[in-house]
Design a binder for this molecule. Structure first.
Ligand SMILES: [Ca+2]
Ligand SMILES: [Ca+2]
Length: 227
């Protein structure tokens, strides 16, 4: 095999390997941020964690943000005083990633809001897409669950949503934001809703310019050997 062919084959193998499985772009466990404010809270993990942040938005500015026990961990991101339209937001870059998905755990107190939409935007919500409409959040430890969220043991999967596919419009964008938006008036202002283990994933694809440079480097190396 000539060197040129070998390098081309290597580049193809590299590309194939990089497209086999999804990578974590950003993940919030809240174990480091331990929220006591609306945010922004940095992502605890993921390839683009440095450009990723979580926030809460409530119309009632006396909303209390807190960090009760997570789903199989010590911390989560919680808030009270929910009104229709209030939301949690998770933003990241998806530069050089395709096939964007989001997965998360969510629960509520008995009087916390139970119905949400998952929406996404790449332009600060000037325009947005509904990815999951009117999804139902189970009460923590209530009917239909295997028990309440706990700091020990594996996450209880009945509280897990996703992976929800974002669609091609979210591929390789400077900023992608997801919101979990409350759709209902809760049983009371003391009612809480919380999230944990929020994970945005995608498949890394080298930019076309990078792939072209790999090919060019191979060609140059081949010609230098012949010279
Ligand atoms: Ca956690
Ligand atoms: Ca805590």
């Amino acid at each position: 095999m000539s060197r040129t062919v070998f390098l081309a084959a290597s580049a193809a193998a590299l590309f194939a390997a990089s497209t086999v499985s999804a990578d974590v772009i950003a993940q919030w466990t809240f174990e480091t941020s331990v929220p006591v404010t609306a945010g922004p809270h940095a992502a605890e993990g993921g390839a683009l964690a440095a450009s990723s942040f979580a926030s809460g938005f409530h119309g009632d500015l006396t909303t209390i943000y807190s960090n009760p026990v997570g789903n199989g961990s010590a911390e989560s991101f919680s808030s009270d005083k929910w009104a229709i339209g209030d939301y949690y937001q998770f933003s990241t870059s998806t530069s050089n990633y395709t096939g964007i998905t989001i997965t998360w755990d969510q629960t509520r107190s008995n009087t916390g809001p139970a119905t949400f939409d998952l929406i996404a935007s790449t332009d600060g919500f000037a325009t947005s897409t509904v990815l999951l409409a009117d999804y139902v959040v189970l009460p923590n430890g209530g009917t239909g669950t295997t028990g309440a969220w706990s700091s020990t043991g594996a996450p209880k999967l009945e509280y897990r949503f996703g992976p929800v596919a974002g669609g091609a419009g979210l591929d390789s964008q400077a900023t992608v934001s997801f919101r979990m938006v409350n759709k209902v008036t809760p049983g009371g202002t003391a009612g809480t809703n919380r999230v944990d283990n929020v994970t945005i994933e995608g498949t890394f694809v080298p930019a076309p310019s990078s792939a072209a440079l790999i090919g060019l480097a191979g060609l140059v190396a081949s010609r230098r050997r012949r010279a």
